[in-house]
Design a protein around this ligand. Structure first.
Ligand SMILES: C[S@@+](CC[C@H](N)C(=O)[O-])C[C@H]1O[C@@H](n2cnc3c(N)ncnc32)[C@H](O)[C@@H]1O
Length: 286
């Protein structure tokens, strides 16, 4: 629905069972949307190798994923493949489980913990390192929610390790720098995103009130001014004059599980804020 009738959505999964269930709903969904032709298809493949699954390089505006990256033994390849498939200015928007420390191999191999998407979790700093390594230079956290392990035996195996469900946004933008830099740029949200009339939350420390000018770092200016978001923001200034490092800690911490205007991504493709803007025309969902 979010990509409109002229856009398209491709779902990918490695199991025939899941693909069969998904494909069985295409016609009903197309009818429900009132479209003449389906704009939705499902392909068999691995998220580590999107191109092999027929998804061309530089072809996607948006990739959404929920609880799949966590299951992959090769998270670097997942990120590399996503980076390759996105267009310049495209975004990977996804939820997954992360830990606050590296998980020992023995715990990682525990079948129940793995199946529950727990022990496959990557230490968050290792994950951020991988993002940067493949080109997602400035990964942004949108929502971070602690996960409670209900079972005392499993909790015992995990010790003091804490787990979080984190929704991240990874923008593919050539202009992103390693650190937040101050070029004196200002962003003004126009209040034009559907469902976000009064404010827009970019990440857990950037909330833009409609029509209120806000100083932003160069990276944030690029995320708002060089992606699908650009028609909803006015960016004043460029990178011609540098005023040193930008102190992002001054930005308000905003997104929590309950306060974010974005979906939790649990409802894959159905309510994603990135998509609901109508700014993207092609996406992948896994
Ligand atoms: C926890 S489910 C999540 C499904 C869906 N994203 C959702 O939110 O309901 C995990 C799915 O990921 C698929 N999967 C796991 N690893 C994969 C990989 N490397 N490539 C493609 N699909 C994978 C499994 O077949 C399974 O259908």
């Amino acid at each position: 629905m979010q990509v409109g009738e002229t856009g398209s959505v491709t779902g990918i999964d490695m199991t025939d069972e899941l693909l069969a269930v998904s494909r069985a709903h295409i016609d009903a969904y197309t009818k429900q949307l009132g479209y003449k032709q389906p704009n939705l298809k499902f392909v068999s493949g691995y998220i580590e190798f999107l191109e092999k699954a027929g998804i061309a390089a530089n072809s996607l505006d948006l990739i959404i994923s929920n609880c799949v990256v966590n299951l992959s033994p090769n998270k670097e390849q997942v990120l590399r493949s996503a980076f390759n498939a996105l267009k310049e200015g495209g975004e990977m928007h996804f939820s997954d489980v992360y830990s606050d420390r590296k998980i020992p191999d023995a715990t990682r191999k525990h079948k129940v913990l793995y199946g529950e998407c727990i022990s496959g979790a990557l230490y968050i700093n290792d994950f951020i390192h991988l993002c940067k390594k493949v080109g997602f230079e400035d990964p942004r956290v949108l929502i971070k929610t602690p996960i409670t392990i209900g079972n005392p035996e499993l909790q015992d195996l995990l010790g003091e390790t804490k787990f979080y469900s984190i929704t991240m946004r990874l923008f593919k933008l050539k202009n992103l720098e390693m650190k937040c830099e101050d070029y004196g740029q200002v962003a003004i949200y126009k209040g034009t995103l559907p469902g976000n009339k009064h404010s827009y939350i970019l990440d857990d420390h950037h909330k833009f009130e409609a029509n209120k000018p806000a100083l932003v770092c160069g990276n944030t200016a690029s995320m708002l001014g060089e992606t699908w978001l650009k028609k909803h923001f006015t960016i004043i200034g460029d990178r011609n004059v540098h005023y040193g490092e930008f102190d992002c800690s001054n930005s308000k911490a905003v997104a929590t599980a309950s306060s974010s205007s974005s979906s939790s991504s649990d409802d894959c493709c159905a309510g994603d804020s990135a998509c609901s803007a109508g700014g993207c025309s092609s996406g992948v969902c896994c």
